[in-house]
Design a protein around this ligand. Structure first.
Ligand SMILES: [Zn+2]
Length: 404
C-alpha cells in the first residue's frame, strides 16, 4: 500500500495554494469551456418519476508534473474520487441552503466513480499514471497544429486510455485556468475526458483556502460537461436565448462567481447559482437538477461500453497486483470495507493484525490461508491504520491503510 507516501507533499500543496488566490480568481473568470453547437434533447414531462439503476464509471488519472508540488499524492487522488461520489450521489448535499423553490428539482445523479484496477493490457493498475515534463503549462500547451500536447504521448503528454472504457483525467498545470472538458459529441476522441490543474484537484481542508475553490468540485463541474451538460447560461454569454437545453433550470445571462450574498437575477428570473454547472465557488455549489440528470442519461447511453466497463474489478479471476506488491490493501469508502490481497501460495498460513495509530489492536485474523481477506471498517474512526501480515517466524509485511 503506497498511497500515503506523499503526505508531506499534500500539506505543501495546501500551503502553496493559499498563495495562489489571485490565480484562482483569474482562473475562475477565464474558465475554459468549449462552445460547440448545442444538441437539442427531447424532455420528459414526468421528471419526478424518472429513476434508473446506478451507473459506475472507471477513472484513470494521468498526473503530468513539472514541479514536485504538481505530482499530487495518491491520497489526494482518493479524495477527488470521494468528492465525485459524494456530489453524484447527494452524499454531501446541504439541503438547508437550497431555496424552497428548488427543493423538488434536486436530482441524485446515481453515478459512482472508481479508480481503474485493470489497465488497457489487462494488467493490475492503481488507476494512476505519473510522468514528469519540462513543458511549462502543459495542460494548455499546443503544438504547431494547434493540438493539445498533453494528450499526445509522442510530444511529452500521455495518450488517453481507451476512452470507450475509461474516463481519462489529466492533472497538469493549466497556467491559471481551473480545468476543461470534452463533450460527448467532441469528434476527436484522443482528448475525450477532462483536464484539471493540480491546485484544484482533490479536496483541501477548507480552512486552508478561503478563496473557496478547494473542495474538488472543479472535477464535479467538468465531468458535468463530459456527460453532456452546458453551463446554466448556455453556450453563449449575454444571450438569454442561449439556453443550457435543460427544462428545469432558469435562463441565465452570464456565469456567477464567488458566493453571491444576494440571489442574482437575469433574463427575468433568479439565477440558480448553487447548481454545479454555474461557476460559483465550491462551498456554494450544491446540486444537479432532474432535468440535468435526464440530459446526462440521454448522452450516457452513447457511452454504453464505458458504463459496462469492468475496469474497476479485480479479484481471484481478475488481474493481481504485480509481484513486488505481494500484499496489497484496497479500501472502498462507499462500502466502508477493505480488502487485503495476499499474492502467495495457498499453503501459506498467515496471521493478520490491524492496529490504529495509537497502537491499539482493532482487528485480527489468525491462521488465514486465503488470498483475499475482506474486513469491515464501518466503526473505525478516520485516520491511519497499520496492517501486519506475519507467520510463526517473522513479519512479512507492514502495510499502511488510510480510512477517510
Ligand atoms: Zn464549465
Amino acid at each position: 500500500m503506497h498511497w500515503i507516501q506523499n503526505y508531506s507533499i499534500w500539506f505543501l500543496l495546501i500551503l502553496l495554494s493559499a498563495n495562489h488566490q489571485v490565480l484562482e480568481a483569474q482562473g475562475k473568470q477565464s474558465y475554459w469551456c468549449s462552445a460547440e453547437t448545442p444538441l437539442e434533447i427531447p424532455t420528459n414531462e414526468s421528471l419526478d418519476l424518472y429513476q434508473r439503476a446506478p451507473i459506475s464509471i472507471p477513472i484513470v488519472v494521468h498526473i503530468i508534473y513539472h514541479e514536485n508540488m504538481e505530482n499530487v499524492s495518491n491520497a489526494r487522488v482518493a479524495s477527488q474520487i470521494d468528492v465525485l461520489n459524494e456530489d453524484y450521489n447527494n452524499l454531501a448535499i446541504n439541503r438547508a441552503s437550497i431555496p424552497e423553490k428548488y427543493q423538488d428539482l434536486v436530482a441524485n445523479m446515481e453515478i459512482e466513480f472508481c479508480l481503474a484496477h485493470t489497465d488497457p493490457n489487462g494488467n493490475y493498475t492503481t488507476g494512476i499514471t505519473r510522468k514528469s515534463t519540462n513543458i511549462d503549462n502543459i495542460g494548455i500547451a499546443r503544438d504547431n497544429n494547434s493540438e493539445y500536447i498533453i494528450h499526445q504521448e509522442s510530444k511529452g503528454g500521455v495518450d488517453a486510455w481507451d476512452p470507450n472504457l475509461y474516463l481519462n483525467i489529466w492533472v497538469a498545470d493549466m497556467g491559471g485556468l481551473l480545468g476543461r472538458s470534452s463533450f460527448p459529441w467532441t469528434a476527436d476522441k484522443s482528448l475525450d475526458g477532462i483536464v484539471i490543474d493540480p491546485k484544484y484537484f482533490g479536496r483541501y481542508e477548507s480552512s486552508q483556502n478561503p478563496q473557496g475553490i478547494s473542495l474538488g468540485r472543479t472535477a464535479t463541474h467538468e465531468i458535468g460537461h463530459y456527460l453532456g451538460l452546458y453551463h446554466l447560461h448556455g453556450p453563449e454569454n449575454n444571450d438569454c436565448n442561449a439556453d443550457d437545453l435543460v427544462s428545469d433550470t432558469p435562463s441565465q445571462e452570464l456565469a456567477n462567481f464567488g458566493c453571491p450574498e444576494q440571489e442574482p437575477s437575469s433574463c427575468g428570473s433568479p439565477d440558480m447559482y448553487m447548481n454545479f454547472m454555474d461557476l460559483t465557488n465550491d462551498p456554494c455549489l450544491n446540486f444537479f437538477t432532474l432535468g440535468q440528470k435526464q440530459r446526462v442519461d440521454e448522452f450516457i447511453i452513447q457511452r454504453a461500453d464505458l458504463i459496462n466497463s469492468n475496469k474497476c474489478e479485480w479479484g481471484l479471476n481478475g488481474p493481481v497486483p504485480p509481484a513486488e506488491d505481494q500484499y496489497y490493501i484496497n479500501y472502498n469508502p462507499l462500502s466502508q470495507s477493505a480488502n487485503l490481497s495476499i499474492a502467495e501460495s495457498k499453503d501459506a498460513n498467515n496471521h493478520i493484525y490491524i492496529f490504529d495509530s495509537a497502537g491499539k489492536l482493532v482487528a485480527k485474523q489468525e491462521n488465514y490461508r486465503g488470498t483475499s481477506f475482506i474486513f469491515s471498517t464501518q466503526s473505525w474512526a478516520k485516520g491511519i491504520y497499520f496492517c501486519i501480515v506475519r507467520d510463526q517466524e517473522k513479519i512479512k509485511e507492514n502495510l499502511k491503510l488510510l480510512i477517510y
